[in-house]
Design a protein around this ligand. Structure first.
Ligand code: FAD
Length: 404
């Protein structure tokens, strides 16, 4: 399956990642991680720092999955608003989940600083505007809910928006302490560090089947087999080699990246911008003053191969951008489509398989995938090292729309 097609931007910002050298594999690993994207690399870091022996296997170049297509918005708000999540899973768990997402953005920044990674991480506010009149009430309710539970946020009236941006909207929710990142540079930096800390990296190895033996797992691949005490599937939007059903829909989404815009001074604090409509339009800027604009999700799992279709959708996104920022001389320099997974209940899948012992999942489906990768890496480290984690139930796999 092609998880993205078209011209990606992030690979032009950094050379492709090569592990240092081919490693002699161990007879038995504590953990084998399947998938070297955002989820796999963050999980590997948590595990090697906990003292475990780790191998990461990926059937592609490392970091070249949906991590390369990720537009790099890091937000504590989710596709499902907090007041909606409270209705779905109750106040205690919903607020805790939002707190975990909030802390995950901090944790990502801490890792970037602690490991001295060049990940173009910059703190930004986000604004989520009401796409039409009927959604004004919704964002006001969300603002009141976030405020009530102590999340840093604000509400912009129409006149505030008109002062801060060249466009007008009826109202907007503003959340603070979000961030933008270059996800590919971040993952490459993580992989380099985990390798230096002792993890073994094996690109171009396809994991095909896994058997539970008496005291270990026998992991069959396109090359040699691997033995491990635990396996973690961080396989992104592709079918996992083991397991029957995941409570998720795989769709596809479009992105364009613009030329460098000379003056972005009328874009309030270079905020991350999104909206209440579904599917939503979203946009951010880059360190070299480009715009990244995404949206137009379609209910089809495979990214289209037709460049013509990708350009048609990119032009649609461009037109929507020009309506918001009419003064900018914006052109499309990169345009792509990518598969995009969303869980039915808007929560990620993190935890041990309900019936297969020692098989763990970290699938960060949803618009906040990177934040889920971060919080999931900590939960899995705790589960595997036998430490109690109070939050594991919220995102565990035994949900109505979990994993079987
Ligand atoms: C267009 C787009 C925009 C996005 N924007 C954002 C955003 O702004 N913010 C955000 O937080 N998230 C965003 N996401 C989501 C984000 O990209 C993902 O959540 C995140 O990158 C997933 O990382 P991952 O490690 O789970 O998956 P991937 O990066 O896809 O890594 C999975 C890896 O597993 C490997 N693999 C799969 N099966 C096997 C197998 N059998 N054997 C060996 N290897 C295997 C693949 O080759 C791949 O490298 C976006 C996603 C898309 C598509």
């Amino acid at each position: 399956m092609n998880i993205h097609n078209g011209t990606l931007f992030w690979p032009t910002t950094t050379p492709s990642f090569k592990p240092r050298s081919k490693k002699e594999k161990l007879d038995l690993y504590d953990v084998v991680i399947v998938g070297a994207g955002m989820s796999g690399s963050l999980t590997a870091l948590a595990l090697v720092e906990a003292g475990l022996s780790v191998a990461i296997l990926d059937k592609r170049e490392m970091g070249s999955g949906s991590t390369s297509a990720n537009t790099g918005l890091l937000q504590y708000s989710n596709d499902i608003m907090l007041h909606e999540l409270i209705d779905q899973i109750g106040e205690k768990e919903a607020v805790r989940f939002y707190k975990l997402c909030y802390e995950a953005v901090d944790d990502i920044e801490t890792i970037v600083n602690r490991l001295n990674l060049d990940a173009e991480l910059i703190r930004r506010p986000s604004i989520c505007y009401a796409s039409d009149e009927k959604d004004v009430n919704k964002i006001q309710t969300e603002y009141a809910t976030l405020k009530k539970y102590g999340f840093p946020c604000d509400y912009f009236e129409q006149h505030d928006i008109e002062k801060k941006f060249p466009f007008s909207k009826l109202g907007a929710l503003v959340t603070f302490n979000d961030a933008e990142v270059n996800p590919l540079k971040f993952v490459q930096g993580l992989l380099e560090k985990v390798e230096a800390k002792g993890a073994h990296l094996f690109p171009h190895i396809d994991v095909q089947d896994v058997f539970n033996e008496d005291n270990h797992l026998d992991i069959r691949t396109s090359e040699q087999s691997f033995q491990a005490k635990h396996i973690i599937y961080t396989t992104g939007y592709e079918t996992t080699p083991v397991g029957n059903r995941i409570g998720a829909d795989i769709n596809r989404s479009y992105v364009f990246v613009s030329n460098q815009i000379e003056d972005l001074s009328d874009w309030y604090k270079k905020a991350l911008i999104w909206e209440t409509k579904r599917p939503y339009l979203y946009m951010r800027t880059t360190v070299d003053n480009r715009l990244i604009v995404g949206g137009l999700d379609e209910d089809i799992p495979e990214a289209p191969v037709s460049d013509e279709l990708i350009m048609k959708r990119a032009n649609n996104l461009l037109n929507q951008t020009k309506k918001l920022f009419p003064n900018y001389d914006v052109n499309i320099e990169y345009a792509y489509a990518a598969s995009f997974g969303e869980s039915i209940d808007n929560l990620p899948f993190i935890g041990e398989h309900p019936t297969k012992n020692n098989h763990y999942y970290l699938l960060g489906y949803g618009g906040n995938g990177t934040v889920y990768s971060m919080l999931g890496s900590q939960i899995l480290r705790d589960l595997i090292t036998g430490k109690r984690n109070e939050d594991a139930e919220i995102v565990g796999l035994r949900r109505k729309y979990g994993v079987t």
